[in-house]
Design a protein around this ligand. Structure first.
Ligand code: MG
Length: 193
């Protein structure tokens, strides 16, 4: 698997340089850098990195706020760099896309495992969200089919099993999905003839 594309954000250029060097040495790609929260938002949206290593305490806009905006707009996860206590970050993590955090100063032996954890967490979250979307969709489809079946039962005095079998065999003959047929049945009900 290709190594991740990372963006590095810190108001201290020496910290950015250190982190960039570690990342490059380990084969990661550093696609963008920024030194404050506002620039971080612009850079993140322009470069769409896989992960942002983000300092918390920065001028103009802090890393948590910037991270939250970036996460809302583009779902890009964060590895937060902080000198703060952990408790403060826990609440923020829910809305700002923080997958892991590191307490400064950053060393290579800390950075790489934290980064990999953050990437793995972000990947898991992404897959979970995709599953939730799938579930929502199939639930919506099922409701649609149920509604159409109800209409058929009512219009043609059919029992549930017969109505469903009619829909299924129609779908097989015409090579349409149950959802497509259900949509048509519901539309015909709304606009008869
Ligand atoms: Mg700072």
């Amino acid at each position: 698997m290709a190594k991740a594309r990372i963006m590095v954000v810190d108001d201290e250029s020496i910290v950015r340089m250190d982190i960039r060097e570690i990342l490059l040495e380990q084969g990661y790609e550093v696609v963008a850098e920024a030194s404050d929260g506002e620039a971080a938002i612009a850079q993140a949206l322009a470069h769409r990195p896989d992960l942002i290593v983000m300092d918390v305490k920065m001028p103009k806009m802090n890393g948590l706020k910037a991270g939250r905006i970036i996460y809302q707009k583009a779902s890009i996860p964060l590895l937060a760099l902080t000198a703060y206590s952990h408790g403060e970050l826990v609440d923020e993590a829910k809305t700002s896309g923080i997958m892991a955090y590191l307490v400064k100063p950053v060393t290579e032996s800390d950075l790489i495992p934290s980064l990999e954890i953050a990437l793995a967490q972000a990947d898991r979250l992404k897959r979970m969200n995709a599953q939730i979307e799938d579930l929502k969709q199939s639930l919506a489809n099922r409701k649609l089919v149920e509604r159409a079946k109800g209409l058929l039962m009512e219009q043609h005095q059919l029992n549930e099993r017969v109505a469903y079998e009619k829909m299924r065999s129609f779908c097989m003959d015409r090579r349409v999905t149950l959802e497509e047929l259900a949509r048509t049945i519901i539309q015909l009900e709304a606009f008869p003839e």
